[in-house]
Design a protein around this ligand. Structure first.
Ligand code: TUI
Length: 323
């Protein structure tokens, strides 16, 4: 990235750990984080991630093939632990020599030995200090600290409070996620002690993202308070853009309808929005930063812009110091 005449990089612990040029991880979003998106991010110097979501093994095998065809750079697979196929995806990443695995929506303890034995770096998404401490004892290589600002399945602490508490509590790199989409957010994450960022919503609105045009437009049109949480009563709260579906779920939750019924209503709704473009009745999972994502850009530009902007923010902050 050129700033003036000097080529400057941001180099943190995770650049060496993952063997990547820029400390930027793409979120492993179900349906959206395909081989095409992961390949584009890894090719551009970040860590591209295939989101396994609820997909079976053969589908994800094909996505891995797409990445390997485009780039030799490292990439990750995100294993969504609520998936009925989670164990199959663990087998797959071992068979395919996937270099890095991220996990989400649960505790990956029972799989960690297997990852370690196969030289796979393992990076769980966590939303609390207690779980992170337990996982660090089992040998995870880094953690992704995901604040409640994020889209999809979320915890309850904010990125601003979770990241520094994790940095103090554990001795592996912490990657900040939730509420980051530009250089200001990235610089803030570094100030909190993070070694990099993971972004989801920003990459949904990449040219290479297969999300339906209407899904991308819904994010671009969203305002600051549009990304609301549904499903708190089920124990699996989800952040998605306010629409007919979120209003229906809200109403049923207020009426005290069973959690099984609420979960049934949510089932299949992410696919409906991402693939079919039904942004009224589908679940448009997106983070609170949606209000600040205003364009669709190529992955390479998203990454180059955020790195150069982060460096500018850090340089500007240095000017506040008086000697
Ligand atoms: O996993 C995500 N975000 C997701 S997964 C997803 S698919 C889905 N669809 C409908 C309902 C539920 C999921 C959509 N978005 N983010 C990573 C993340 N993991 N955020 C929070 C957590 C988490 C939560 C609890 C990690 C560990 C955990 O542990 C609980 C325990 O067992 O200790």
């Amino acid at each position: 990235m050129f700033i003036g005449v000097v080529k400057m990089y941001l180099n943190t612990e995770i650049c060496d750990l993952f063997d990547i040029k820029y400390p930027v991880v793409q979120g492993g979003m179900a349906w959206v984080a395909t081989g095409e998106l992961a390949a584009a991010v890894s090719k551009a110097g970040g860590l591209g991630t295939i989101g396994a979501g609820n997909a079976p093994k053969d589908v994800i095998k094909e996505e891995i093939r797409k990445v390997k065809e485009v780039t030799d750079n490292n990439f990750a697979v995100n294993i969504m632990l609520l998936s009925p196929f989670a164990k199959d995806i663990v087998d797959l990443v071992v068979e395919e020599n996937v270099p890095i695995v991220t996990t989400g929506a649960g505790n990956p303890s029972k799989f960690i030995d297997r990852f370690k034995k196969n030289n796979i770096k393992v990076v769980p998404v966590v939303s609390s200090v207690a779980l992170a401490k337990r996982l660090v004892r089992t040998g995870v290589d880094a953690v992704i600290a995901e604040g409640t600002e994020a889209g999809g399945h979320i915890g309850d602490l904010t990125t601003m409070t979770l990241v520094p508490q994790l940095v103090d509590a554990i001795d592996v790199p912490v990657i900040a996620a939730g509420g980051v989409a530009d250089g200001r957010g990235f610089a803030a994450a570094l100030s909190l002690g993070a070694s990099g960022v993971q972004m989801g919503t920003r990459f949904v609105c990449a040219n290479e993202s297969i999300a339906h045009k209407k899904y991308k437009e819904a994010i671009i049109n969203a305002r600051d308070r549009d990304a609301v949480v549904t499903g708190r009563s089920t124990g699996h709260p989800v952040r998605n853009l306010k629409n007919q579906l979120t209003r229906k779920i809200d109403k049923l939750e207020q009426e005290g309808v069973d959690k099984e019924k609420i979960e049934e209503i949510g089932s299949g709704k992410l696919r409906e929005a991402v693939i079919e473009g039904n942004i009224d009745k589908g679940s448009v999972m997106a983070g609170q930063i949606s209000g600040m994502v205003t364009d669709i850009l190529p992955v390479k530009e998203i990454i180059n812009n955020i790195i150069s902007d982060t460096i500018k923010v850090i340089q500007k902050n240095n000017e506040y110091i008086r000697g």
